[in-house]
Design a protein around this ligand. Structure first.
Ligand code: NAD
Length: 291
């Protein structure tokens, strides 16, 4: 199939590489020339703007960092919305329900159908094609694109017909992941200060009731090794928790714990740690605890 793809970051580039390997033709755009060059070396076609992508192909995916950037790429001058061929727009980013709804409405006025399709599974999942993909929008459009989704994801969930529902699903998931990382950091630092080894703690926790994604996956891979390279930036985690709390407030759902978790990630981002990997948040707790 002929596809367009805007956003060749930690997630977008490996997804494009898989699509190319599966013999799809992919027109790409990113502000980062190195990322574009890497994709082109593997067979992608470079476009000069989102508008050019949307004037060359009917189906355009985006994988971009923030709601503001998604809005810009879709609606600004030179944006996807003015493309002459685009008919389907699929947002793989985590941008919240409101942005998904606003973009879908604007695009629908031009006869362009949308799916919101945020993903989970990290850069490893993007490389291996094992992502979970949460999809909302017209089921028929999802089904027509199923073969493409199957190249990048292993677990596909059509969670609802209304645009934005998949974003809500993703925010709930990431709130839990953000909470697990923050709480596990505090727990392990406390144990370390009491003289327990990190390996021992993880061995015990991971066959006991406290186990979670941070103790099972993120910490063994990126904290014990002190590499802090899981591949998801702290500022993106903060963005997801913030979007979740905003949506909870709009729905009238009290979230005491999420409010604290939001402060933790917001603090780290405010201390110039936003570009660091989310697993590096434990360094703050270590510093405060003096371990
Ligand atoms: P990233 O920061 O690594 O990549 C974003 C890419 O977008 C960069 O290549 C950047 O140059 C490009 N970009 C920024 N502004 C642009 C513009 N105006 N036009 C074109 N390109 C532009 O981010 P990522 O980790 O790949 O995440 C992308 C999305 O996927 C985010 O919404 C994130 O929350 C979500 N996500 C990330 C992970 C992960 O583990 N990294 C997992 C699941 C979901």
């Amino acid at each position: 199939m002929e596809l367009g793809f805007v956003g060749l970051g930690a997630m977008g580039l490996p997804m494009v590489q898989r699509l190319l390997a599966a013999k799809h033709s992919v027109v790409v755009f990113d502000l980062n020339r190195d990322a574009v060059a890497t994709a082109v070396a593997q067979g992608a076609i470079a476009a000069a703007s989102p508008l050019e992508v949307a004037s060359l192909v009917e189906t355009v995916f985006v994988s971009l960092p923030t709601p503001a950037i998604v809005r810009n790429v879709v609606t600004a001058t030179g944006g996807l919305i003015d493309g002459t061929r685009i008919r389907h727009y699929i947002d793989l980013s985590t941008t919240g329900g409101q942005t998904a709804k606003d973009m879908a409405e604007r695009l629908a006025a031009r006869g362009i159908a949308s799916l919101d399709a945020p993903v989970s599974g990290g850069t490893e999942g993007a490389k291996n094609g094992t992502l979970a993909i949460m999809i909302s929008g017209e089921e028929a459009l999802f089904e027509s694109l199923r073969p493409v989704f199957e190249v990048i994801g292993k677990n596909l969930f059509h969670v609802g017909r209304d645009i934005g529902q998949a974003q809500t699903m993703k925010l709930i998931n990431n709130l839990l992941a953000a909470t697990a990382v923050a709480a596990s950091s505090e727990a392990l630092v406390m144990g370390a200060k009491a003289g327990l080894s990190a390996e021992t703690m993880l061995n015990v926790i991971n066959v006991s009731s406290g186990r979670n994604m941070a103790t099972e996956k993120y910490f063994p891979a990126a904290v014990l090794t002190r590499r802090f390279d899981f591949g998801f930036k702290t500022e993106l985690m903060y963005k997801d928790v913030r979007l979740c709390v905003e949506e909870a407030e709009a729905l009238g759902v009290p979230m005491w714990i999420a409010g604290t978790v939001k402060q933790v990630w917001g603090f780290a981002t405010s201390q110039n740690a936003g570009k660091e990997d989310m697993t590096a948040i434990i360094k703050f707790t270590e510093g405060w605890a003096g371990v």
